[in-house]
Structures are given as structure tokens and as C-alpha cells.
Design a binder for this molecule. Structure first.
Ligand code: ARG
Length: 590
């Protein structure tokens, strides 16, 4: 039997590497079933398990097989498994699971390799080359609310994880910068500031208040309403004066959004709804020529199986809407930007909109029929952020919470906690500020990312800023503590990395080592399921495994010092990578 030498590409991904080995043994064991995929999972008894035997048995039992039940199939899988330095032993458990115990030596070697070659060598490789992540996407002149904050945080993390997995990501801010509301905003601007050229941000002041005032006037004053409606026509017809006023309003909003992005260190490129406007007519034309578009009550619509109401693509007044823009943006992303995976991050309330226009796109033949084959679209829905009263998160005055205020409070509270611990006497004011930001914003992001995004969560500063439990504060502390263990050793860790050897002899060392090695497969899973909480859970367990290791195994001054310091360093590196992928800035002391 040929020995498969640890393939460099997979040394940091035992699950993948095992899948390769079991793929060989599956083909040898059941040559008549060439399409069976290896099912490898982290194990309950061994380190990993292969779950193919039971399924295979039901596939072959009627076909005159030599095997007598799933355990025998499992046994045969073990026998045909190519020998590899990564596998220590295999055994059969229960109805036919194949338990795999990894070689501790191989595990240690893989971690040593990562320390030398860098954590990027552990990055998973996905089969997609280019993806669009459409996230944040607030609406001009309307409030950017907590829902947009969720979209911003989740979208950024997904983009980071995909980027790490070598996917080129187009980070798109699909801002709502087009639509009928601009008519009233522009007219209101003209009334308040006849000399629009000179209008500045400060003159308009609060754009949300400006929006509310103009809406009030629109609702109460028929003359103004009439003017506003004409303004839309002018704007959409390209009248330069109206275009300029529109651009001004957009710019003011954009500057507001940019402040939030800057504080949260979020990068994204604006391609708002207006960007797609010039392409819409052609796209609707294409859909019509394919026979998809019908007349209904004066509007032009696409009927979709399973939905009672059709998707409106041209309103009865001839205007385009959210759906026509999204169809066009999809067309653009597929054809002009050549994206293979297009990911939309919005609240679950928009699920139906996405379901419908995805189906319309399938009908048009833009996308394959099944939703696993590329090019592919995914709606990443998330639940509501709730207040203490279990209702939608609002301020005491029942107003929408301003994101800037939220960020201020997160920072202020974490700063106060640091001062309480006397850190203002230890650190410079700049350091105190930077760390307060890292902790405060990190806490906000982590609290959002750690639960399955589909469910909502209750917003609580007290909870997210707690230094115990599953919080960013706790995790940042854990990381800082590891850094201090390494510092206190007085050893040059970069030198140790080059020559030092790791041994995973103690059960707690081995458990930590195994968890470290499961980093890549976790990122891969978080990418394929589009669930950031998978990575959060991994990170939390990593700190737990580390705590166990540290309580059982003396590091500094022990005979195993070098090996254990290297394990500390590997843990710190993986933790930092997790922080990076979650958009959290790590701190080295706390
Ligand atoms: N502007 C929309 C909103 O605030 C979100 C846009 C999401 N992206 C999209 N392509 N539809 O609800």
C-alpha cells in the first residue's frame, strides 16, 4: 500500500486530509459505487470519525455484497486506508463508525510548520474565485439603524473569512440612493436653501430630521407633494440641477456612514441603487423577451410558483423599484463582474423578496436550478436586535438608536472599566483610548456574531462587556494573558519557533493541539454555511482548552518549557487570526 506523505497543502486541515485518505479506501472497498463522498467529522470517541459505513451498507446490501453489515464495511474501509503518517490507529465503534486517532507526532509537526510558515498556510481553499458580499446597505437620508449595524458586522466577517480562504471579494454597499423619496428631499432642500451650491453639511445639520420634516410637508401639503413628484421625474430624466441637489444629499449621508465604517474599520465600496439605473430597462427587456414578464393591474410583473403575489418589476406609473434594481444588480454582478457567489446580508424580513427574485433569475436561466452549483446566490438573513423589553431595540424615547451613540457608549463603558482597574495610571492616554475602543467595539461585534444569526438577540452592554463568560472581553483577556506568559518567560519566541520542538504528551496538551488543528476546517465550515457563530464557538472553546492546558501543565520553568511556550504562541496566533476574521482588534495587554 502506498504511503501518502503529509501533503503540505492539507497539513493544517486534518479533516480534508482524512477525507482524501478515505476517498481512496472507499474507491477500493466499493469500486461499484464511485460517487460516494467521504463523510468525515470530528469524533466523539476518536479524534475524527468516518461515517460512511452505514449509508454504504444500505446502498449495497441488496446487490449481493460480500459484506455482512455496516461494521464489516467499516472494517474493510480501515483495511484499505492508505498508510499515512497522520493516522495513529483506527477502530470500529457502534453500528459501524470508523474512529480515527491522529498521530500526536504528526499533530505536533503540523503546528511547528505553522509556526514557521505562518497561519496563512492553514487557510482553507474554497472552490470559488470571486464573490460579491452585499452588506450594510443603508438608505440615504434615512437612519442607519441597528439592523444595518448587524448587516455591517456580519457582512464584514463573511467577507474577511472568504478573503482569508483566497476568494476575491467585492464588498458592496448597495445603498438606497434612488427612489421617489428624493423628489421630496430635493424640493425641500430648494425651499430651505435657495442657493443649493453653498449648502454645507452643517447647514442641513441632521439629515434624519431633514428627512422627517420634508416627509411631514409631503404628507400635509398637496402643492408640495405635486412638486416633489415632478422633481422625481426631473431627477430621473437627468436634469443637472436636480442631479446636483441629489448628489449633495447623498454626499452628506455618505459622510455620516463613513464615520461609522471608519470607527469599526469596515471597508466597503459603494455601488448604490442608482448605479444600476442605466441598465434596468435592458434587463427588463431581456426578461420580457424570455416571456417572463406579464401585465397585471397596470404594472409589469413576474409570476413565480409558490407565491400568491407576483414580483413587480415595473410599477404602474412606469417607474422601477427595489426588485427591478436587484434583478439588474444581479445581472451586472454575474455578467460584468463575473462573480460566482453573490451573498446578500439583510434582516430575515426581506427573505421573501430574495426568494422571489432569485427564482425569477433561475427562470431567466441566469442561475442553475439547484442552489448549490455556481454561480450561486445566498441570502444571509438575520433576526432582530431586541431591547430589555423584548421589543425592537429603541432608545428610552422610543427612537431609533443612533449608531454613533451606541459606539460612543461601548467605548465609554469599556474605558470606565479599565480606569476602575487603575489602567489609566499604567498606560498613556492614547493607549487607554485605543484599548478601550478595541474592547468596546470588539464586544459589540462579538455579541452580535456569537449567536446563530437567524435568531435575534437582546442587546445588553452589561452582558457584552462582562469579563467572564462568552464575551470578547473575556477572550481578549485570555489572549493578553497568553502574551504575558510568553513575555515573562524572557525567551525570544521567534528564535524558539525556528528550532524548537513541540511534544503533545499530556492529555491537555494534546487536546489543545487538536483544537488548534481544527481551525482551518472551522473557517471552511463558517464560510460554506455563512455562519460566523461557528467561528465564535471555536474561539471560545480554544480559550477553554488553553485554560485547561495551563492549569495542568506548568509552562515557565518546566522541563517542557520550549514545547509549551510554542503551544502558547500557536494558541495566541490562532486566536489573533480568529479576532481578525471577526473584525476584532486584538490587544497584547489588558
Ligand atoms: N437598503 C436596503 C435596506 O435598508 C438593503 C439593501 C440590501 N441589498 C440588496 N441588494 N437588496 O433594507
Amino acid at each position: 500500500m502506498a504511503t501518502i506523505v503529509a501533503n503540505k497543502e492539507f497539513t493544517g486541515n486534518p479533516r480534508r486530509q482524512l477525507a482524501k485518505l478515505f476517498d481512496v479506501s472507499l474507491k477500493l472497498t466499493v469500486p461499484d459505487e464511485p460517487n460516494v463522498e467521504p463523510l468525515i467529522e470530528p469524533g466523539k470517541f476518536g479524534d475524527y470519525q468516518c461515517n460512511n459505513a452505514m449509508g454504504l451498507w444500505s446502498l449495497i446490501k441488496g446487490k449481493g455484497t460480500q459484506f455482512r453489515g455496516p461494521p464489516a464495511v467499516g472494517q474493510a474501509l480501515i483495511q484499505s486506508l492508505p498508510t499515512s503518517e497522520m493516522v495513529e490507529s483506527c477502530s470500529i465503534a457502534g453500528p459501524g463508525f470508523v474512529n480515527v486517532v491522529l498521530s500526536s507526532k504528526w499533530m505536533a509537526k503540523s503546528i511547528e510548520n505553522m509556526l514557521v510558515d505562518g497561519i496563512d498556510t492553514w487557510a482553507p481553499t474554497l472552490s470559488v474565485k470571486r464573490a460579491v458580499v452585499d452588506f450594510s446597505s443603508p438608505n440615504i437620508a434615512k437612519e442607519m439603524h441597528v439592523g444595518h449595524l448587524r448587516s455591517t458586522i456580519i457582512g464584514d466577517t463573511l467577507a474577511r473569512m472568504l478573503e482569508y480562504s483566497k476568494v476575491e471579494v467585492l464588498r458592496r454597499n448597495h445603498v438606497g440612493d434612488w427612489g421617489t423619496q428624493f423628489g421630496m428631499l430635493i424640493e425641500f432642500l430648494f425651499e430651505k436653501f435657495p442657493d443649493t451650491e453653498s449648502v454645507t453639511e452643517t447647514a442641513i445639520g441632521d439629515l434624519q430630521v431633514f428627512y422627517r420634516e420634508s416627509k411631514l410637508k409631503f404628507d400635509l401639503n398637496p402643492e408640495f407633494k405635486e412638486k416633489a413628484q415632478q422633481a422625481v421625474v426631473r431627477l430621473q430624466g437627468g436634469d443637472p440641477v436636480y442631479r446636483q441637489a441629489w448628489a449633495k444629499i447623498c454626499e452628506i449621508s455618505r459622510n455620516e456612514f463613513a464615520k461609522v465604517y471608519k470607527r469599526l474599520r469596515i471597508e466597503l465600496e459603494e455601488k448604490g441603487e442608482s448605479f444600476y439605473n442605466p441598465y434596468i430597462a435592458n434587463v427588463i427587456e431581456e426578461l420580457s423577451s424570455k416571456g417572463l414578464v406579464e401585465e397585471s393591474k397596470g404594472a409589469r410583473v413576474i409570476f413565480i410558483e409558490g407565491f400568491k403575489i407576483p414580483l413587480i418589476v415595473v410599477k404602474s406609473d412606469g417607474g422601477f423599484n427595489y426588485a427591478s434594481t436587484d434583478l439588474t444588480a444581479l445581472w451586472y454582478r454575474l455578467n460584468e463582474e463575473k462573480a460566482e457567489w453573490i451573498i446578500y446580508v439583510t434582516d430575515v424580513g426581506q427573505q421573501q423578496h430574495f426568494d422571489m427574485f432569485f427564482k425569477a433569475a433561475r427562470k431567466a436561466g441566469w442561475l442553475p436550478d439547484d442552489d448549490k452549483t455556481y454561480p450561486r446566490v445566498s441570502h444571509v438573513g438575520f433576526g432582530l436586535v431586541l431591547g430589555d423589553d423584548n421589543k425592537r431595540f429603541r432608545t428610552r424615547a422610543a427612537e431609533v438608536v443612533r449608531l454613533a451613540d451606541l459606539l460612543d457608549e461601548a467605548k465609554d463603558r469599556s474605558k470606565a472599566a479599565l480606569i476602575e482597574r487603575g489602567k489609566d495610571k499604567e498606560w498613556s492616554p492614547e493607549e487607554l483610548d485605543q484599548i478601550a475602543e478595541a474592547v468596546g467595539y470588539g464586544a459589540l461585534k462579538y455579541a452580535d456574531l456569537k449567536t446563530n444569526r437567524i435568531t435575534g438577540y437582546t442587546f445588553s452592554f452589561d452582558q457584552m462587556l462582562n469579563d467572564k463568560g462568552d464575551t470578547a472581553v473575556y477572550l481578549l483577556y485570555a489572549h493578553a494573558r497568553i502574551c504575558s506568559i510568553i513575555r515573562k518567560s524572557g525567551k525570544d519566541i521567534d528564535e524558539l519557533k525556528k528550532t524548537g520542538k513541540i511534544a503533545l504528551d499530556h492529555a491537555a496538551e494534546r487536546a489543545l493541539g487538536l483544537h488548534l488543528l481544527q481551525f482551518a476546517e472551522t473557517v471552511e465550515e463558517a464560510c460554506t454555511t455563512l455562519l460566523p457563530n461557528v467561528l465564535c464557538k471555536y474561539l471560545y472553546y480554544l480559550s477553554e482548552e488553553f485554560t485547561k492546558f495551563y492549569s495542568y501543565c506548568q509552562v515557565n520553568g518546566s522541563a517542557e518549557e520550549t514545547s509549551r511556550l510554542l503551544l502558547c504562541e500557536a494558541t495566541a496566533i490562532v486566536m489573533r487570526k480568529c479576532f481578525h476574521l471577526l473584525g476584532i482588534t486584538p490587544v497584547y495587554k489588558l
